[in-house]
Design a protein around this ligand. Structure first.
Ligand SMILES: NC(=O)c1ccc[n+]([C@@H]2O[C@H](COP(=O)([O-])OP(=O)(O)OC[C@H]3O[C@@H](n4cnc5c(N)ncnc54)[C@H](O)[C@@H]3O)[C@@H](O)[C@H]2O)c1
Length: 252
């Protein structure tokens, strides 16, 4: 995979899968715009910027608002001039059944998980259509494909991401803009670790999670990053509208 001279925005890349993807794009020669809701991604970007030849810059922006999406897009254009790849990775994982959630929970989950991807994609797609090329990778989840227990709201947002990806791929295919959706299964990340550590018996909880996955282990953020970069790569130029699971067999 060669991302030399290519500029990549990755939403929600101050930690977890997004951060691992930023590092892989940089290792393959790209310039990346790292984003997070808080300032914590600043240090991540500074460290990666020192380590690799390409640029890593940080934009703090809450993407649950159109204003936040504009801030990220406008800063990326101002600093890098052109955007070749967008990865929509920002997300939260609300836990519960439909009986547990109220309107505020619903709005928050849809604003962060869906609205951010919708409007960031819109801004980047307009720019990519003008440039005559570009590629977008949305991070869905296996939860959007199966009927996971205790994840009603999360599954609804990720189902929306999968449908949005396919519809965008249809609309943009003849404009040389590819759109694909990577659907991870359970993956090691700060948010998963918090969930495990917050349980009554973290060692038992981790074992239970592992045993629930056919391959008997939790995925690594770097493994999901491989698939995200592959979906975005020019070498993979014939793939659009694909929904790719990377889940140790969970969706089987
Ligand atoms: N880790 C998993 O097990 C898993 C499984 C399937 C799908 N996913 C999806 O992968 C993506 C990344 O997950 P992760 O576990 O690596 O995440 P994480 O919780 O470790 O990191 C989430 C990132 O999203 C950012 N973010 C959250 N709210 C935001 C907002 N309002 N505006 C801007 N950024 C915001 C955070 O700052 C952070 O950079 C998410 O979309 C998640 O749904 C994760």
């Amino acid at each position: 995979m060669n991302f030399r001279k290519r500029n990549i925005i990755i939403s929600g890349s101050s930690a977890g899968i997004g951060k691992a993807s930023a590092e892989l794009f940089l290792r393959n020669g790209g310039n990346v715009v790292i984003n997070g809701a808080s300032e914590t991604g600043k240090e991540v970007a500074e460290e990666l910027d020192r380590k690799y030849e390409g640029r890593a810059l940080f934009v703090q922006a809450d993407l649950s608002t159109l204003e936040g999406c504009r801030k990220l897009f406008d800063t990326a254009i101002k600093e890098l001039g052109q955007i070749d790849v967008l990865v929509n990775c920002a997300g939260i994982v609300p836990e519960g059944t439909i009986l547990d959630f109220d309107e505020e929970d619903y709005d928050k989950a849809f604003d962060i998980n869906v609205k951010s991807a919708f409007f960031l994609s819109k801004l980047c797609a307009e720019h990519m259509v003008e440039n005559g090329k570009g590629t977008i990778v949305n991070v869905g989840s296996v939860a959007g494909l199966i009927g996971p227990r205790n994840r009603a709201l999360y599954a609804a947002t990720k189902g929306a991401i999968i449908s949005l990806s396919r519809a965008m791929a249809s609309d943009l295919a003849d404009k040389n803009v590819r759109v694909n959706c990577v659907c991870p299964g359970m993956t090691d990340s700060p948010s998963l670790e918090k969930r495990i550590q917050g349980s009554e018996d973290p060692i038992k909880t981790r074992k239970q999670f592992e045993n629930g996955i056919p391959i008997h282990r939790i995925g690594k953020a770097e493994e999901i990053a491989q698939c995200i970069c592959f979906a975005a790569s020019e070498e993979n130029g014939f793939m659009t509208g694909s929904v790719i699971t990377v889940d140790g067999g969970t969706s089987l």
